[in-house]
Write a protein that binds this ligand. Structure first.
Ligand SMILES: NC(=O)c1ccc[n+]([C@@H]2O[C@H](COP(=O)([O-])OP(=O)(O)OC[C@H]3O[C@@H](n4cnc5c(N)ncnc54)[C@H](OP(=O)(O)O)[C@@H]3O)[C@@H](O)[C@H]2O)c1
Length: 235
């Protein structure tokens, strides 16, 4: 039986590239998407290889959606080896803490913080039954308090900083079960979020993330924050 990875936000950007590369390593890949009209490539992969690509509707901000995904998965997949909390949102026009809008802060928290919390809670039983036992949060260097030297994009920074705190806490909760929990910054990658000026091709970002995940072990990586190149970041 192949190892299984579950990735949220797997229809485009870093999530889709992670899924494609991990599929190439022989894994069974479960990918969440919200809108089939934005998930053509993921759905095509599923049509080509339904045994190893399972695409399921998943809005991480909705507990009902996550429960439906888990219910759909249950009869087909016994365990998840790597759970990658990847889905995220960024309001790029947000300029300052003084002017940030409540609705944007709320949605940033719903997707970037509460989403990964609910996803982790929903799929922990699957992860516990897996063998690799890796719990990954795709965070951002912008969530680092130590490394923040600008006021821009406060909703995003706040949501990722809080996500980092959840990650760190879960690392302590789960280590005794052999689950390694870590946060990874994908670098500045050319996706819809990263934009065309970003310095990294998405393939390089995803390839680096996969290498960090491959090396991740409780003794060396648990409760820590790395970038896609394996460099440790300050919280
Ligand atoms: N790109 C960068 O330079 C960069 C840098 C640092 C960190 N990151 C982080 O890397 C992760 C991936 O970013 P990306 O660059 O690939 O962004 P992206 O191209 O904008 O893709 C975002 C993904 O998240 C999904 N998503 C958004 N809201 C969702 C929700 N409520 N439920 C489920 N899925 C949802 C999107 O699905 P839809 O198509 O349905 O919207 C899409 O699949 C994010 O966590 C981001 O914060 C990216």
């Amino acid at each position: 039986m192949p190892k299984t990875v579950l990735i949220t936000g797997a229809n485009r950007g870093v999530g889709l590239e992670l899924l494609k590369q991990i599929y190439g390593f022989g894994f069974r890949c479960v990918g969440g998407y919200r809108d089939p009209d934005r998930a053509a490539e993921l759905l095509r992969m599923q049509a080509d290889d339904p045994e190893r690509v399972i695409a399921l509707p998943c809005d991480v901000s909705s507990a009902e959606s996550l429960q439906s995904m888990a219910a759909a998965l249950e009869p087909r997949v016994d365990s998840v080896d790597i759970l990658i909390n990847n889905a995220g949102v960024l309001y790029r026009d947000e300029k300052s803490g003084e002017t940030l809008q409540r609705a944007e802060l709320q949605n940033s928290l719903d997707v970037n913080l509460i989403g990964p919390i609910l996803t982790t809670q929903t799929f922990l039983p699957f992860l516990r039954r897996g063998t690799l036992k890796k719990l990954v949060f795709i965070s951002s260097i912008m969530g680092s308090i130590d490394l923040n030297n600008s006021g821009s994009l406060p909703s995003y920074r706040i949501s990722k900083a809080a996500l980092n705190q959840f990650c760190r806490g879960m690392a302590f909760e789960l280590a005794s079960e052999g689950i390694v929990t870590l946060a990874i910054h994908p670098g500045w990658a050319r996706t819809d979020m990263g934009g065309p000026q970003a310095t990294l091709a998405v393939a390089e970002s995803a390839g680096g993330i996969i290498e960090v995940m491959r090396q991740a072990a409780v003794d060396t990586h648990n409760g820590r924050f790395f970038d896609y190149a394996g460099r440790e970041l300050e919280w």
